[in-house]
Design a protein around this ligand. Structure first.
Ligand code: ADP
Ligand code: MG
Length: 247
């Protein structure tokens, strides 16, 4: 593949499970500062696309270029190190640690310009933890044990644990599932903020929520792109109405 201006450029991506192509010759391009939403019926291959990007599943064929680096050859750990953060459907937070501690342990090791000056590093980490907590609406919950947070707050905490690592590509799989109306509104506000300076890829079913956040929508169906464009174009596409929105 050639050099590209896209943060993420996926070409001809295919994964076959015992002959069944869950993702089939997919091309997908995501810009910096872009928030892309992927929608589509159950089994369309949405989660598998994220699994392929983060290296959890290995591609059968095709290319995933991230900042002009090929990801399909890298391990999951190396992909995280390249600046790819992924939130799974069930939050993986440390229930018995406080909000503060959850963010603190997620701060990247060996990051920062202060070298071995431990006290400066501590101050830097403390500052970032508080900034992130503020962003994810948990500034007043820093000392609370994570187990006691609401379902929505746990989701935000996990987003915060990714944000503190400053990923250039952030991927979220159904982030508002199970959230209250108010929490959904706040999550939309959060995502609109955090897509600046990076690329964000969101899988979501809640179309009201999608309308609030999507710059562009990609509709997946049987591992292939059925439609792509702005929300209005996609919503009015007869093919999309037939296989997805009509149900
Ligand atoms: P979506 O997230 O759009 O609902 P998935 O990506 O989870 O869909 O799944 C797409 C299809 O691929 C489904 O038919 C699913 O059963 C299949 N699939 C996903 N992962 C695997 C796997 N590791 N092994 C076998 N089949 C899989
Ligand atoms: Mg899924």
């Amino acid at each position: 593949m050639s050099i590209t201006d896209f943060t993420l450029a996926i070409e001809d991506l295919t994964v076959s499970f015992d002959g069944f192509k869950a993702v089939d010759s997919l091309n997908l391009y995501v810009d910096k500062d872009e928030l892309r939403v992927v929608i589509g019926p159950n089994g369309a291959g949405k989660t598998t696309v994220l699994d392929l990007i983060c290296g959890k599943t290995k591609a059968t064929q095709g290319s995933i270029m991230f900042k002009n680096k090929e990801l399909t050859k890298l391990s999951e750990h190396e992909i995280v190190h390249q600046g790819v953060g992924r939130k799974f459907q069930t939050p993986s937070i440390y229930e018995n640690l406080s909000v503060y501690e959850n963010l603190e342990v997620s701060y990247p090791k060996g990051h920062g310009v202060f070298g071995s000056l431990a006290f400066k590093r501590t101050a830097e980490v403390d500052k970032r933890v508080r900034e992130i907590a503020d962003e994810i609406f948990l500034a007043d919950f820093l000392d609370m044990e994570a187990a006691l947070l609401s379902h929505g707050q746990k989701q935000w905490l996990e987003i915060g644990m990714l944000l503190i690592q400053e990923p250039e590509l952030l991927m979220l799989d159904e982030p508002v599932a199970g959230m209250s109306v108010k929490e959904r509104e706040q999550t939309a506000e959060l995502l609109n903020k955090i897509c600046k300076g990076r690329s964000v890829l969101v899988i979501e079913h809640d179309m009201d929520f999608v309308a609030r956040i999507a710059h562009k929508v990609t509709v997946l169906h049987q591992g292939k792109i059925l439609a792509e464009g702005d929300m209005e174009t996609v919503q009015n596409d007869p093919k999309v109405i037939e296989v997805y929105l009509g149900h």
